[in-house]
Design a protein. Sequence first.
Length: 284
Amino acid sequence: MEKNTLLMLKEKAAKNRMLAVEAVYGAKSGHPGGSLSIADIVTYLYFHKMNVDANDPNMESRDRFVLSKGHCCPALYAALALKGFFPVEELKQLRKLGGMLQGHPDMKGTPGIDMSTGSLGQGISAACGMAAVAKQKGYDWKVYTILGDGEIEEGQVWEAAMFANQYKLNNLIAFVDCNGYQIDGAVEDVMNPHPVDDKFRAFGWFVQVIDGHDFEAIDAAVTAAEQSDKPSVIVCKTVKGKGVSFMENNYTWHGKAPKDDEYAIAENELKEAWMKAAEDVKNG
């Protein structure tokens, strides 16, 4: 990956985190922890990998993206806004009456959303369906999806995994956001899904394990996945609440908004990180 591309992605991800937390704060509800852990993956997809057009959100040739862990939509909404699908100001209407940004992705009301999600486990099944249609009709677009490590406790995920292998959906790339926590605590204490890599491997998938905050690792993994004749899963080791000191690795920030004093701290930390990233882009 070229240096300028890497710096750009770091700046976009830092901005994504700022906007996602700002949106949750303004809504007084939402899911900051998991949104922050997937910010780098979402940024990579929308600003480097996927073929999408903000001026033509429904173009037939576009790549598809399904946020299976739909409650983490603040990160997705921030990416869409930064990409130009709708004004950044719209993020202030998150979860508000009359606003188009619901608490979970809504494909009928929000430009750039390919699938309405929220009931955990169902998004990956929809992604499989999209990939299967593309294979059957000879379309060359790809399907990307992000699941949570808590989400994969759902049995439907493994039905989808079996389906993807059976129908050789090598045009499907799934990311598992392994931040280690879900709403009730550590995933290992609630319903241990590990070893995640071995489980997908047993279902016939091409499996890679990476640092989910390393853009070069993400890029290398996606490139390798594109060469596989199997459905691919990239198991991403991430930090829940990444970028906000008091949210990091703290499951209590799975689904609540920061109070005024907490937001002031978060805003300061995220803004500092963004300004540094922006300066790095400027200096090349």
